[in-house]
Write a protein that binds this ligand. Structure first.
Ligand SMILES: NC(=O)c1ccc[n+]([C@@H]2O[C@H](COP(=O)([O-])OP(=O)(O)OC[C@H]3O[C@@H](n4cnc5c(N)ncnc54)[C@H](O)[C@@H]3O)[C@@H](O)[C@H]2O)c1
Length: 382
């Protein structure tokens, strides 16, 4: 059977450009569908660099101006892997050009931009998705299944952390490849939009709407040299962010993120405590889901560590990979996301997180930063 091509135009070739390209190359082998992903064009401003990237990953062509990429008739889906300040402009133009869009997170710099992006894709009726990829780590997807089956009962608490330590050095500049994260003009915010956005997406997916928040942020290093201007400039991002909140289901939220937790590289953890059971997950041990089930017999009741690698169909995605007991990695969450996007196209039921889903996370981020500024509780806009 001849497959329908899904011709990708990738914008950006950094960390995510590589993670997504890897997923596009893997997906057809492990998740066969009626579509065949074609690496049609890669785009970035530096011609030599994007040529090198295109050759390495097997893209058929290059562009150095994303507007030219959007003009091309041979591109079906645009993948936005640029810093956050470019997401809106590219996504709105891509929607107007009738392209499907896969956009990196956070959706936008703020919810005003996010709302414009939602309006554009919904007006153009183009399939869209945002790369909140942690939903598709099998242990996290299993947590969703267990919660939806009612195994936790009434939920009391949801707590999450995302801890790193790579910006402690005050000599680290802001601006440029990777380091744009320290520049508020490119990133919008600091650890809140970069790291907590992931925790919030997972939390809302697992536990429903977050209604109110009370937040505190800190910028430990106030000035850094800017890589692009060469001048020492004020740092406008949050280096650390802690917030509490209340979910619509009555449970309490407790979140923390920082890039100043010496010793932690990417410690994303969450725990959810219900009346009947609790679940816990840790990115450093990503194939395991911890569960405490109160209905277990008393003398053997305790936390159990579920190795989410069974291929019998009970552990999400794992029937497509190896034999039971063999773990898969971080990279596979992106492969799963592409597989689900294609499945959404073929079934006619869009798979989340869509731009609209991601707007909810953006509204929570806005409420958090507003709360931190005003030093008071803020209701999340709906
Ligand atoms: N889903 C995740 O887990 C995850 C992880 C990391 C980053 N991200 C998100 O992915 C996006 C990119 O982050 P990254 O870590 O890959 O950054 P990066 O600095 O490694 O790469 C950014 C790329 O954007 C390109 N770029 C910048 N301006 C451009 C322009 N005008 N036209 C074309 N290309 C341009 C750069 O050349 C570079 O290749 C961000 O939105 C970030 O928040 C998501």
């Amino acid at each position: 059977m001849s497959k329908k091509p899904l011709r990708v135009g990738m914008i950006g070739y950094g960390f995510m450009g590589r993670a997504h390209s890897n997923a596009y190359k893997q997906v057809g082998q492990f998740f066969p569908s009626q579509h065949e992903v074609v690496l049609q064009a890669a785009c970035a401003r530096n011609e030599a660099e994007i040529r090198k990237f295109a050759d390495q990953w097997g893209y058929a062509s290059i562009e150095t101006d994303w507007k030219k990429l959007l003009d091309r008739k041979d591109i079906d889906v645009v993948d936005i892997c640029t810093p956050n300040n470019l997401h809106k402009e590219i996504a709105v133009a891509a929607a107007q050009a009738g392209k499907m869009i896969l956009c990196e997170k956070p959706l936008a710099m703020d919810s005003k931009q996010g709302a414009e992006m939602v309006a554009a894709v919904e007006k153009a009726k183009v399939p869209n998705m945002v790369w909140y990829n942690y939903r598709r780590i099998p242990a996290v997807t299993l947590a969703k299944k267990l919660i939806d089956e009612g195994r936790l009962g009434r939920i009391f608490h949801y707590r999450a952390k995302f801890l790193q330590d790579w910006t402690i050095n005050a000599d680290l500049p802001q601006g440029g490849q990777g380091l744009w994260r320290l520049d508020a003009a490119a990133a919008g915010s600091g650890v809140s939009g970069d790291l907590l956005a992931h925790c919030i997406d997972t939390a809302v997916w697992l536990n429903g709407r977050l209604d109110t928040v009370c937040c505190m942020t800190e910028t430990f290093v106030k000035e850094r040299k800017h890589n692009l201007t060469g001048k020492v400039e004020k740092v406008g991002i949050d280096d650390a962010c802690i917030f509490m909140g209340k979910f619509a289901n009555g449970s309490l939220a407790n979140f923390e993120s920082t890039r100043y937790a010496r010793g932690h590289k990417a410690l994303y953890t969450f725990e959810i405590n219900g009346e009947k059971a609790s679940l816990a997950w840790d990115l450093h041990d990503l194939h395991r889901l911890q569960m405490f089930d109160y209905k277990d017999e008393g003398k053997i009741r305790g936390w159990k560590s579920i190795h989410v690698t069974d291929n019998g169909g009970e552990h999400p995605y794992m029937d497509k990979w190896w034999v039971p007991g063999l773990a898969i990695g971080y990279d596979c969450s992106f492969t799963h996301q592409v597989a689900d996007f294609i499945q959404g196209l073929e079934s006619g039921t869009p798979q989340g997180p869509t731009f609209r889903d991601a707007l909810e996370t953006q509204q929570i981020l806005d409420a958090m930063l507003d709360s931190a500024k005003q030093q008071k509780w803020v209701t999340v806009a709906k």
